[in-house]
Ligand binder design. Structure first.
Ligand SMILES: [Zn+2]
Length: 147
């Protein structure tokens, strides 16, 4: 599936993932359980949702900042890994539990989540555009070379 479609699918369904329980349920087939740092409970607590693919069984994605991580090791601490890669994630810096959020807090967070998603989609579209321009330049150069 193209990256933008994956981002869109995650953005539109992850509004349910504010709930720790729903995030933890996504880890039903998670390989790390006993005597690990990255148990389903800790993964969910750090904001991650399990989103495996056929070739990548241990992909986890933050429901809020859409940071995607794979290649987990049993000793990895999910909160540390998340904050190392995106210390400004709106979920990580949240000082309240979901049930303590006011409606205003929730809409503020949804606004931030939308901005994160739109920023990622724009970056991806710019990358596709740059690739298209590079491809066109190469094509034109090779046409010039044959004249
Ligand atoms: Zn995040």
């Amino acid at each position: 599936m193209p990256i933008i479609d994956v981002l869109s699918a995650r953005f539109s369904t992850y509004d349910k993932m504010y709930s720790h329980e729903v995030r933890e349920q996504s880890f039903a087939d998670w390989p790390f359980r006993e005597e690990c740092n990255c148990t389903p409970e800790k993964m969910a607590k750090a904001g991650f949702v399990h989103c495996p693919s056929e070739n990548e069984p241990d992909v986890a994605c933050c429901f809020f900042c859409l940071l995607e991580l794979e290649g987990w090791e049993p000793d990895d601490d999910p909160w540390t890994e998340h904050s190392k890669r995106n210390p400004n994630c709106g979920y990580l810096i949240l000082k309240k539990d979901f049930i303590e959020l006011t409606v205003a807090d929730y809409y503020q967070m949804e606004k931030e989540r939308l901005k994160v998603y739109l920023r990622k989609v724009c970056h991806q579209k710019m990358a596709y555009f740059r690739d298209g321009v590079d491809h066109m330049l190469e094509s034109l150069k090779s046409q010039l070379d044959t004249m």
